[in-house]
Design a protein around this ligand. Sequence first.
Ligand SMILES: Nc1ncnc2c1ncn2[C@@H]1O[C@H](COP(=O)(O)OP(=O)(O)OP(=O)(O)O)[C@@H](O)[C@H]1O
Ligand SMILES: O=C(O)C1=C[C@@H](O)[C@@H](O)[C@H](O)C1
Ligand SMILES: [Mg+2]
Length: 247
Amino acid sequence: MEFKSTRDKSCCRICSRIGHQSLHNSVDEALLLKRKAEEVQFELNGRCIYLVGMMGSGKSTVGKILAEVLGYSYFDSDSLVEQAVGMPSVAQIFKVHSEAFFRDSESSVLRDLSSMHRLVVATGGGAVIRPVNWRYMKKGLSIMLDVPLDALAKRIAQVGTASRPLLDQPSADPYTAAFTKLSLLAEQRGDAYANADVRVSLEELAAKKGHDDVSQLTPTDIAVEALQKIKNFVTEHSMASGPFDDL
Ligand SMILES: Nc1ncnc2c1ncn2[C@@H]1O[C@H](COP(=O)(O)OP(=O)(O)OP(=O)(O)O)[C@@H](O)[C@H]1O
Ligand SMILES: O=C(O)C1=C[C@@H](O)[C@@H](O)[C@H](O)C1
Ligand SMILES: [Mg+2]
């Protein structure tokens, strides 16, 4: 497809349908994402990527983009626990068994994944609290998605809290229930999340891109930033302690 140089008029059939600027922004974003992935692919050397962060922080959304662009396979550790236990939801596992039972299964899943390569794993929001899980995740590279609590609570309120047993409080409206409990969890887990190799702060990224609000960031923006941070990390790591190739 040939694009004319002008940026404000329709230049092809697709952009006359979905809007010139919108099409070109998407094309630019996709190319940037691809370029960033190519820049880190070699140095990652097949090492797995673990996404950590609070419930609703975008681990699944961003994880799928990263897997696609790096040519990795994508796994969601909550789904793998559901499959291993043979139950359809985390909420049911908490109810029928217990949180401790869920945490044991989560650790088994992470242990199994840690022996593999070329995976992007979206971990459960609480996977960071067990030190043993960090032993597994440190075999790969971990990225923390740091999203303001208000934005998290808004995202979660849109779909309700029923699928997230730790946030489900029938007495409160979904936003208040999510915000209150997330605030408590964030305080308790702050140090655990800080173990991640790389932190992507949506507040910092939004400010860098001149946005007023983190809701203006697209999942692709966040994936591009994650790849840039991975690149910085692997570069620093191989400079400090030799090649990043001890798989
Ligand atoms: N950058 C974004 N902007 C707006 N909404 C987003 C963004 N990223 C994800 N979302 C939405 O927020 C919700 C949570 O995202 P997602 O499921 O990816 O998070 P998560 O960290 O995997 O959550 P969990 O594992 O706790 O279910 C989804 O409805 C998703 O569509
Ligand atoms: O933050 C947490 O502790 C949790 C997050 C979810 O991904 C699930 O793993 C489960 O609901 C617990
Ligand atoms: Mg998820």
